[in-house]
Design a protein around this ligand. Structure first.
Ligand code: AHR
Length: 325
C-alpha cells in the first residue's frame, strides 16, 4: 500500500506529460501492442501536419500503440518528450530532430534503458553513431541538386547570360537546411552564369518567408531567381513579391521544395517554376522499421523515400493525383 502511494504521483506526472496517452505505464504482457514513442518537432507547415497525420494513421493501421508528443519547435521539449518515453519504457523511440546537434546525452539514456531509436525526417550529428539504429526520410542533398539542375535547364531555355539568385533557407543547423543548400550549390557552382547574392533563414515558416523576401527585395533590385527551402516560406515570399508589384514565376523564377498541394497549384498557375518533391508520407515505413527494431532485428542505416520533381516543362501537370498534404 505504502509503495503504491509512493509511485502514484510518478504515474500521474507521466500521464500528464504524455498528453493524449491513456492507460498506466508500460504493460507487462508481451501480447499487448508494440508501443512507439514519437516526438514530432513542431507544426510549422502543411508538410509537417501531413507528416504527423501519416505517422498517426500508419500506427493505427499497423496496430501499433503511439505515444505522440509535439515539441513546438523547441529542442528542449523534444528532449523532454524522449525522456518521458524512456520513463514509460516504450519499445521503440522515433523522433524528427529539429537540429542535428545536442542529442547525445538523452540518446545515451535511451541506450542504457535498452530502447532502440529511429530518427525520422531529419538526421542527427554525433561522434557515436551507435546511439541510433537508423534514419528514415528524404535525401535532402539530392533535393538541392535537383533544384540546381532545374535552374541549369531554365537558364538554357531563357538564353540567360547571368542570373542573380536569392536563397531563403530553413531552420539553421537542421539537416534539410544544410543539405538542400549544399546540393544546390554543388549543381551550379561550376557555372559562372549564377551568383547567389544573398541567403537568409526563414525557419521553414510562411510568415518568416514573407519577411525574408521583403528584406531581399528592399536590398536587391536585380533578383532573377528565388530558391526557397520549403513551400511554406515560398507562399510567404510570393505574397511579398506580388505586393512589390512583381510577377512571381515571370519576373522572378521560383524554385521551391516539398510538393504541398498549394505549391503544385501555383506551379500550374505559372507562379512557381519548379517544385522539388519531399514526401512527408513516411508513416508506414516508420511502423515497418519500428516492428523490426522491437523484434531485435537490424535495419538499414538510412531508408530514403523515392521522390520526383515537378516543373513548368512537365506535360502531365493537369493529371497529377491529389498530393495528400
Ligand atoms: O524536414 C523537412 C522540412 O521540414 C520540410 O521541407 C518543411 O516543410 C518542414 O518544415
Amino acid at each position: 500500500m505504502a509503495k503504491a502511494l509512493r509511485v502514484l504521483p510518478l504515474i500521474l506526472a507521466l500521464l500528464l506529460t504524455l498528453g493524449g496517452c491513456a492507460g498506466a505505464p508500460r504493460r507487462d504482457s508481451e501480447e499487448e501492442a508494440l508501443l512507439l514513442g514519437f516526438a514530432q518537432l513542431g507544426s510549422e507547415s502543411a508538410w509537417r501536419l501531413g507528416n504527423t497525420r501519416s505517422v498517426q494513421e500508419a500506427a493505427q493501421r499497423a496496430g501499433i500503440q503511439l505515444m505522440y508528443e509535439n515539441a513546438e519547435q523547441k529542442q528542449e521539449k523534444q528532449i523532454k518528450a524522449i525522456r518521458s518515453f524512456i520513463a514509460y519504457q516504450v519499445d521503440v523511440i522515433a523522433f524528427a530532430p529539429i537540429v542535428e546537434d545536442g542529442w547525445d546525452t538523452v540518446l545515451m539514456e535511451a541506450r542504457e534503458a535498452g530502447i532502440p531509436v529511429l530518427t525520422t525526417d531529419r538526421m542527427i550529428h554525433t561522434e557515436d553513431e551507435s546511439l541510433y539504429a537508423g534514419f528514415v526520410g528524404s535525401d535532402f542533398q539530392a533535393e538541392g541538386e535537383k533544384a540546381g539542375q532545374f535552374l541549369l535547364r531554365k537558364a538554357q531555355e531563357m538564353g540567360a547570360e547571368h542570373l542573380n539568385i536569392v536563397e531563403i533557407s530553413g531552420t539553421i543547423d537542421s539537416t534539410p537546411m544544410k543539405q538542400r543548400g549544399q546540393g544546390f550549390r554543388n549543381a551550379i557552382q561550376d557555372d559562372s552564369r549564377f551568383t547567389i547574392v544573398a541567403s537568409l533563414s526563414g525557419d521553414f515558416l510562411r510568415s518568416k518567408g514573407k519577411e525574408c523576401m521583403e528584406q531581399l527585395l528592399a536590398a536587391h533590385s536585380d533578383i532573377d531567381v528565388l530558391y526557397s527551402h520549403n513551400d511554406a516560406m515560398t507562399l510567404g515570399a510570393i505574397e511579398a513579391i506580388e505586393e512589390k508589384g512583381l510577377e512571381p514565376g515571370q519576373d522572378i523564377v521560383i524554385i521551391t521544395v516539398d510538393g504541398e498541394q498549394a505549391a503544385v497549384d501555383l506551379l500550374k498557375e505559372g507562379k512557381v517554376n519548379c517544385v522539388v518533391e519531399c514526401t512527408p508520407l513516411i508513416g508506414d515505413t516508420i511502423m515497418e522499421l519500428a516492428r523490426k527494431l522491437a523484434a531485435g532485428e537490424s535495419i538499414e542505416r538510412a531508408t530514403y523515400s523515392e521522390e520526383r520533381v515537378f516543373t513548368e516543362f512537365d506535360e502531365d501537370l493537369d493529371s497529377l493525383p491529389e498530393r495528400g498534404y
